[in-house]
Design a protein around this ligand. Structure first.
Ligand code: BG6
Length: 505
């Protein structure tokens, strides 16, 4: 969150170094930070994995990942050659103390060579099941002893439910201080998500309207076109509620609903977010069906191509009851939002990849126009488009030019690509830099993660306790099951078709 300059020497250790996250996100992010001179030549990256790779082959693999996934496109030889000298690989079993001993020796050699202390960032790009083992191995080898200079980064989902998250926290805190733990949610690194605070608290035109007096309801949609791809093994044990709603969507909701922070400080902002989660009305066990909907994709068509059903995806149980779509209605019991529903939905194999927040305002108190002037009248609507074609849109009513007096809707818009000509950094770039500087504002504190689990636990319990006989219940390429439409229709509302689809701006 702070404005960062180049960092002190960093040793960046990635556990799970042959995995997807490393090649698609982490290494491209580090490479871009290097090109942008946010990390100097005195950084080192050590990849650790069970699968062994000769050093050269490993560097080649990482380069391929950068070429394919970096926002800058293909690497240039001269730049890559210098950068790749900072990359090395170590194979090792995470359960073997010797792995951590060897790692410690490597870090010590780097310090000696640089003749200075270094910051060590241990990134767990691994399944959640090995997190405890890693923390214990690092702790036993004394690698996380320096509270100021060593940090661990843990990917979501943090635990599988409230109980396991609490147990994991207790175990982590036997080896680490809370200030060393960075629970990462990459949505918090997205420019458009960070911009919610700027937009709300930097504009006197906006903030006074964000409350129950003016807002009818809020919708948060995170839709993906892709299916589970090759992550069936992980996803089948997770599902949309744990994979997306409990973290990414809940974080967006916190920014939309939080009170203004007194200061722009990590704990202050995180306190305000926790207040939102604590104010969400608990869903009673017998009411889950009125507040939550689950779905699983069937085969269907996406961009003219036939795609298989979820149950036919690799590493997925052919009778799987895992949801690939979830929609939830939440109510926030506080002065600002009492009675304003927040509808959240996320799913795979939807018609498009689009994430948007829609704030639907109430109609004006009194329409003085003749009925002939307002056949198409719609109340104001604010759309924050998180991705793609990032921007903000405000639907207003204007007089249609002509001799007769007639109102019609028009959009005022801000588009990143129009206003800012430079490419935005990727979420992981922003977040890695924050970690390097020890800035925890955009990371989740233990109480925040637990509060988010508390919100979804009644739904998890209800869903785990009943087999979804209706699955699969939505075709690929659709907006989810009919029950999701009913969820809003019961309240006399309907889901907004994302602007990204409507206007292709
Ligand atoms: C990840 C989920 O956290 O976010 C994935 O595990 C999902 O299932 C991804 O595809 C979506 O991220 P983005 O940045 O592409 O919206």
């Amino acid at each position: 969150m702070e404005n960062h300059k180049a960092t002190e020497p960093i040793v960046f250790v990635i556990f799970g170094a042959s995995g997807d996250l490393t090649s698609r996100k982490l290494v491209p992010a580090v490479y871009n930070l290097y090109l942008d001179k946010f990390v100097g030549v005195n950084f080192s990256l050590i990849g650790v994995d069970r699968r062994s790779h000769p050093e050269d082959e490993y560097r080649g693999l990482l380069r391929k990942g950068v070429d394919e996934f970096s926002r800058r496109g293909k690497t240039q030889d001269a730049e890559w050659d210098v950068f790749s000298k900072r990359l090395s690989f170590m194979d090792g079993d995470f359960s073997d103390p010797n792995t951590y001993k060897q790692l410690g020796d490597r870090i010590a050699a780097i310090k000696q060579q640089l003749n200075t202390e270094v910051h060590t960032i241990f990134y767990f790009a691994t399944p959640p099941s090995v997190v405890e083992m890693l923390v214990h191995g690092l702790g036993a080898a004394g690698l996380t002893k320096d509270e100021k200079r060593s940090r661990v980064v843990i990917e979501k989902p943090f635990g599988r439910d409230l109980e396991s998250a609490q147990e994991l926290d207790i175990k982590l805190l036997t080896e680490l201080k809370e200030s060393q733990i960075y629970r990462i949610d990459h949505y918090l690194g997205k420019e458009t998500v960070q911009n919610i605070m700027a937009f709300r608290f930097g504009n006197s035109l906006m903030e006074p309207l964000w409350n129950r007096r003016y807002v009818d309801h809020v919708q948060i949609t995170v839709a993906e076109e892709v299916g589970v791809e090759h992550r069936g093994g992980y996803y089948d044990k997770s599902g949309a509620l744990r994979d997306m709603i409990q973290n990414h969507l809940m974080q967006i909701l916190c920014y939309i609903a939080m009170e203004a922070p007194v200061a722009f400080e990590a704990d202050e902002i995180r306190n305000k977010k926790v207040d939102v989660l604590r104010a969400i009305r608990p869903i009673e066990a017998e009411q889950v069906n009125q507040f939550a909907v689950r779905g699983q994709y069937d085969s269907g068509w996406i961009r003219g191509e036939q795609v298989p059903s979820y149950r036919k995806e690799p590493s997925v149980n052919p009778d799987s009851g895992t949801e690939t779509f979830a929609a939830v209605k939440l109510l926030i019991d506080n002065w600002r939002w009492e009675g304003v529903p927040f509808y959240l939905r996320s799913g795979k194999r939807m018609p498009a990849r689009v994430s948007e927040v829609v704030m639907q305002f109430r109609p004006v108190p009194h329409l003085s126009f003749p009925s002939s002037a307002i056949p198409d009248f719609t109340p104001n609507r604010l759309v924050l488009r998180i991705q793609p074609n990032e921007g903000i849109f405000i639907r207003i009513q204007v007089k249609q030019p002509g001799a007769t007096f007639r109102l019609r809707g028009a959009d005022m818009h801000f588009l990143y690509k129009e206003t800012f000509k430079v490419a935005e950094p990727e979420a992981y770039e922003t977040l890695l830099l924050d970690i390097a500087h020890g800035d925890a504002t955009q990371f989740m504190r233990a109480d925040q993660v637990e509060a988010a689990w508390k919100v979804v636990m009644p739904i998890i319990n209800a869903w785990e306790g009943s087999t979804p006989i209706e699955f699969p219940n939505y075709p690929s390429g659709s907006w989810g099951p009919d029950a999701a439409v009913t969820l809003l229709a019961r309240d006399g509302r309907n889901w907004w078709v994302p602007t990204a689809i409507q206007d292709h701006t």
